[in-house]
Design a binder for this molecule. Structure first.
Ligand SMILES: [Zn+2]
Length: 416
């Protein structure tokens, strides 16, 4: 028996290698079903082989993907002229060993570039043989907007206001429904990557509903990225996924229309950290931070139209009453100060530009404990005006939070 055991082990390793090689050669073919043990003795031999740790093939977008393989699939909502249909690429790394499915989506807003690069770096650095579970990456969800360097869909709607979608609704709503059902419902975790919108830039940060215990737990694993508590506006992918029981987080990095390598590096580092901490993929360059920093936040708006000149930078600590920026009327030379309503840190800001009265200029966060997250932010901040673009073509950028018409969040937030 002692002589036979090493031989049997070697044989089982050879058989396993041959089987995975066959899967690589014919990736479209479903892998054979796992062989059931025929007898108690067979089962005892099997327990010494690698078989119990092998993942099953998965089926996604009408393709079967073998364990230990990387595939590029395509998703199409099927709503354009068939002859002009351009499917959206979906990158899939299906690990050799079983584990959860992590989804990464980027460029739901076609002008947000940093997430595209984050998804590329993460997916193409993964070796599926060493992966436990599956990573699904969609670098450019809104391909149509991306081609036009536009945040919006071709119908001028914001896709990230229509999830989980409606198969008989507006164009954006149908696209959202297709994506949600064909891809998102396969996810065990979701990271939706965005940037600031409309000439604004964000410190790399996460946003999630920290009152949801699953999301709170998920948010702890990204290393040194601060986490902002926000439930997420109605119609956002993050909110719809969370409402379907999927722990979902928005990752914010930098601003639109440009690629910021530092923001991209932060995002990649955060993703590698979370993959490591969930036991999916080992990384040697861990962000060893024991606890994330949680934030509550508020946007400070301009009270005058004119040219905004900023006085603070991202990540800067500011005091209540401190000058954040100044808005100057270029003709009359009159100016209006933008003052911080609280002690905090600059999480996001508008670039120097021409602003209108009411323009959201500086996003100030305060560090909060988990207990404090549920309470209103201790500052005298007027409730934001509500806008609704539901059912109407968007003719101007949605600026205020709560486009859905709800006024439940104590903290103002710009969905981006
Ligand atoms: Zn966005």
């Amino acid at each position: 028996m002692n002589l036979f055991l090493p031989l049997l082990l070697a044989l089982s390793i050879l058989l396993t290698a041959a089987s995975s090689h066959a899967n690589e050669a014919e990736p479209d073919e479903p892998a054979p079903a796992p062989v059931e043990p025929h007898s108690a003795s067979d089962a005892s031999l099997k327990s010494d082989s690698a078989e119990p740790g092998m993942a099953e093939p998965i089926t996604l977008l009408n393709n079967t993907i073998a364990p230990g393989t990387f595939r590029t699939l395509h998703w199409s909502p099927g709503l354009s002229m068939t002859s002009l249909n351009t499917p959206v690429p979906v990158l899939v790394a299906h690990g050799a060993a079983p584990g959860p499915t992590m989804c990464m989506t980027a460029a739901l807003h076609g002008d947000e570039l940093n997430g595209i690069e984050i998804v590329r770096r993460v997916l193409h650095q993964i070796e599926p043989d060493d992966l436990k579970g599956t990573i699904i990456g969609m670098p450019i969800v809104n391909l149509d907007g991306f081609r036009r360097a536009s945040r919006y869909m071709s119908d001028r709607r914001d896709l990230n206001r229509y999830f989980p979608g409606n198969p008989i609704g507006s164009y954006a709503s149908r696209v959202a429904h297709s994506l949600f059902h064909k891809v998102i419902l396969h996810c065990d975790y979701l990271v939706d990557i965005h940037t600031g919108s409309f000439l604004r830039t964000n410190l790399p940060q996460l946003r999630g509903d920290l009152k949801n215990p699953m999301i709170l737990e998920f948010s702890r694993h990204f290393g040194g990225m601060g986490v902002l508590h926000h439930r997420g506006g109605s119609g956002t992918l993050r909110r719809a996924a969370a409402d379907s029981g999927i722990p979902a987080i928005t990752m914010e990095t930098g601003g639109p229309h440009s690629l910021d390598q530092e923001s991209v590096s932060h995002g990649v580092k955060g993703m590698k950290n979370v993959l490591h901490n969930l036991g999916m993929y080992k990384t040697v360059r861990l962000w060893l931070i024991p606890q994330p920093v949680f934030y509550q936040s508020t946007w400070v708006r301009s009270n005058q139209g004119g040219i905004m000149l900023s006085k603070v930078v991202l990540d800067e600590k500011v005091k209540k009453g401190q000058l954040l920026g100044r808005v100057i009327d270029p003709i009359t030379n009159t100016s209006s100060d933008i003052i911080s309503p609280l002690d905090g840190i600059v999480l996001g800001k508008a670039l120097d530009q021409v602003v209108s009265p009411g323009f959201a200029t500086f996003h100030i966060g305060i560090i909060a404990t988990e207990e404090q997250l549920a309470k209103p932010i201790p500052a005298e901040v007027k409730a934001p005006e509500l806008e609704s673009d539901e059912g109407e073509p968007i003719t101007s950028p949605p600026l205020a939070p709560g486009e859905s018409g709800e006024l439940v969040e104590p903290f103002q937030d710009m969905e981006s």
